[in-house]
Design a protein around this ligand. Structure first.
Ligand SMILES: C[S@@+](CC[C@H](N)C(=O)[O-])C[C@H]1O[C@@H](n2cnc3c(N)ncnc32)[C@H](O)[C@@H]1O
Length: 286
């Protein structure tokens, strides 16, 4: 990893996304992007992208949304994908069509020095919940926006609305110890689940007109490839995989059997659609 400047408080996240987790995400990019395609559709629709906008995709990972936005831009448009993970950005660059108005940068969103007031829109699909200091991070991101520019991002609502993550985890917990408790606002997938907290972050960072819209979805964690593909996915990424990490083989085997039985009732036509729920958050740079 060679991030030119990094907030020390994000160092553990940088290590995480450049270590085995970043590699798993990169290896699973194609499947993960199929599972999360419904989120991209809602996000890009709500972002109301016009042909000539300049956009930053924050925490763009392997670049699915960056590339998709690039396809909608005309010659004057531009999209910058920014991420702290070198392996994920390498995949994003591989996937980008030649001559697309798309650029990627390895940088920490909290401290990267943007050209001031040079972008119209900040978007993110699940890339903004991992900052140690979210107010400082959004304040910094806001410097990149022109006056009247907007931020529009997707983040997860509470775990209880996200069966696609919690069902496999609960099945695993029949056999292995619980993951360490996290405070509700600690960096992680659910850090932005609380509406008042997100309102607080964005208004403290200087944004106005903060709006949050809940969207319920069904995410096919098998991507049409049957029960075993769904089980395998839960072992590679997400909270069940973390709970099983490093556990003795006999406990892993028992947990996998329980995960399979928990998912089986949802199997239909080789799909395993499970409930998920997101916020689409939007706000304006006054
Ligand atoms: C859950 S992944 C989402 C990736 C991608 N947006 C997607 O939807 O597939 C979170 C992303 O945020 C990135 N990230 C975390 N902290 C960051 C930071 N301080 N600056 C830039 N990117 C960061 C991670 O490297 C990772 O790619």
């Amino acid at each position: 990893m060679n991030v030119s400047q990094i907030d020390d408080r994000n160092a553990d996240q940088a290590a995480y996304w450049n270590g085995p987790a970043g590699q798993y995400w990169t290896d699973r990019q194609q499947i993960q992007d199929l599972i999360l395609a419904p989120v991209s559709r809602i996000l890009i629709d709500q972002a109301k992208i016009t042909q000539d906008v300049r956009v930053i995709d924050v925490g763009c990972g392997c670049g699915a949304t960056t590339i998709e936005i690039g396809k909608q831009l005309g010659p004057a448009g531009h999209v910058l994908g920014l991420d702290i993970s070198a392996p994920m950005l390498a995949r994003a660059r591989e996937l980008t069509p030649k001559n697309a108005p798309v650029e990627f940068i390895l940088a920490d969103a909290t401290v990267h020095r943007f050209e001031p007031e040079s972008f119209d829109l900040l978007v993110s699909r699940f890339g903004v919940m991992f900052f140690a200091d979210p107010v400082a991070s959004f304040s910094n991101l806001r410097t990149a926006l022109k006056r009247g520019g907007r931020v529009v991002f997707a983040c997860w609502r509470e775990p209880r609305y996200n069966q696609w993550l919690m069902l496999p985890l609960k099945a695993a917990y029949k056999h292995v110890p619980k993951l360490p408790e996290m405070a509700r606002q600690d960096p992680g997938p659910f850090a932005f689940a609380q509406e008042e907290w997100v309102q607080h972050i964005l208004t403290s960072a200087g944004f106005t007109s903060v709006a949050m819209e809940a969207h319920d979805l069904h995410l096919d964690i098998a991507v049409g490839r049957g029960l075993e593909a769904a089980v395998q996915g839960t072992l590679e990424i997400g909270p069940a995989s973390r709970a099983l990490d490093g556990q003795p083989e006999h406990l892993r085997t028992a947990a996998v059997a329980s995960i399979r039985e928990a998912l089986r009732p949802f199997l239909k036509d080789e799909k395993v659609p499970l409930a998920g729920s997101i916020w689409i958050v939007s706000a304006t740079n006054p």
